[in-house]
Design a protein around this ligand. Structure first.
Ligand SMILES: [Zn+2]
Length: 419
């Protein structure tokens, strides 16, 4: 400790220990706390609703037609991202909303939920990540007031910056700012200012001198934190899929989609135009940069454990939608308010970005969901993502009978457009 440099932070502010991995089911429902009691009531009300035990005469037809009550699991979808500690007020609000919507709809296969207001998000830290394909990206880690998961934004290009990250925090030193990633340009040994990259400024000044230009202010646009994209950037909202991204699963195409989104966002513009002209396709250019919002909502929001149960049901003959309904989850329990709030924080909201965004998705419902309750973000264009196996006639991409069935269900039951 005694060897800390003089510009080091004068104090440390440790995070309070977080009761991580606490699920809804883990919350003590026997507490005397009034909020918890109310929550208990609501949870019981929701669990009791339509349960085969409490309503022996009911056919459950409004949830899963033609499924005998004895086959239905009594579990229910956690009202927020699984695995996180939860904000009790939000849980109450969402549990009520879920119970109401469960009464209203049967199939519930479409229309991702719109939160009544955008959650508050804050970028805690950002770091440069060189990638295995040669491109660089900036990984942004966010906290929010909805759950305690660390959601991420993967940012390609230098013009997209987080407003909450760049904000000056009381008492912080220049070193603090650089450690949490709130700097312009590049870090290098010996750098002392977060606001001014002297190596970059010198290089720019030399370039100007070589061009015979007047030696003007070296503090050019690349030094500013205020720069904004000159056109609509590519955006992909991706939900965590442990099996597809990490465990080589061929049951879905999540890993391939994540790779493809990153590839499109990191390709040089010339390569993209070349590919576009060769294939006669409109391949998106990435000159405006790109953002992959990576939401930690595993298994369409139902969590990894429930997703694995759904896989077993699929092996027993159900498709992906039926399996979720049999487990008493909606076909899609995801919500996108966090994504909208993160995009707004990255300067892509209406108020400062007149270009809108281009959303990489095959799901038309996602367009409206990502725009937010008051259209805080505007989707100018939907850019489809054709599975590699289809666009290459089976030469590349995932090959499995499971993924074919999965894609067919996406088209026939979830309104995806894979053209
Ligand atoms: Zn997946």
């Amino acid at each position: 400790m005694a060897n800390l440099p003089s510009h080091a932070s004068p104090y440390f502010s440790p995070q309070p220990p977080s009761p991580s991995n606490q699920d809804v089911g883990d919350i003590s429902l026997n507490s005397s706390d009034p909020t918890t009691s109310l929550l208990k009531e609501k949870v019981e009300e929701f669990q009791g609703y339509d349960s085969p035990v409490s309503n022996p005469d009911q056919t459950n037809g409004d949830v899963t037609p033609s499924v005998p009550a004895c086959l239905l699991s009594p579990s229910f979808t956690p009202p927020a991202t699984p695995g996180g500690t939860l904000n009790p007020a939000q849980i109450l609000q969402q549990t009520q909303a879920q119970a109401a919507s469960a009464r209203e709809t049967s199939a519930n296969t479409k229309a991702p939920k719109l939160l009544p207001r955008l959650p508050h998000v804050e970028c805690i830290v950002r770091a440069r990540i060189p990638t295995t394909n040669g491109a660089e990206m900036f990984l942004h880690l966010y906290h929010n007031d909805l759950d305690n998961k660390e959601h991420l934004a993967i940012v390609f290009g230098n013009h997209i910056r987080s407003r909450s990250l760049d904000q000056v925090r009381p008492g912080e030193t220049e070193m603090d700012r650089m450690i949490r990633g709130a700097y312009v340009g590049k870090l290098h040994p010996g750098r002392v200012s977060s606001w001014y990259d002297e190596e970059k400024a010198e290089a720019a000044a030399k370039e100007r001198a070589a061009e015979g230009a007047v030696n003007g202010a070296a503090f050019d646009q690349t030094q500013s934190t205020q720069s904004s994209p000159s056109q609509a950037p590519l955006v992909r909202i991706h939900s965590e899929c442990y099996t597809g991204e990490t465990a080589w699963s061929a049951r879905c195409d999540c890993g391939e989609q994540l790779d493809e989104a990153a590839r499109l966002m990191s390709l040089p513009i010339e390569t993209l135009s070349e590919v576009a002209s060769q294939q006669g396709l409109s391949v998106p250019s990435n000159s405006a940069g790109g953002v992959i919002v990576y939401l930690r909502q595993e298994g369409r929001g139902i969590g990894l454990g429930e997703k694995l149960k759904a896989y077993n049901l699929q092996d027993l003959g159900s498709d992906t939608v039926e399996a979720n309904l049999l487990l008493r989850h909606p076909a899609d329990a995801r919500s996108y308010g966090l994504a909208t709030a993160m995009l707004a924080d990255l300067g892509l909201s209406n108020d400062i970005n007149p270009h809108g965004i281009r959303l990489l998705t095959n799901n038309p419902d996602k367009v409206r969901a990502v725009e937010g309750p008051s259209r805080e973000v505007v989707v100018k264009e939907r850019v489809p993502m054709v599975p590699l196996a289809w666009s290459t006639g089976g030469k590349m991409g995932i090959k499995s009978s499971e993924v074919e069935g999965y894609l067919q269900t996406k088209i026939s039951k979830m309104g995806h457009m894979l053209q």
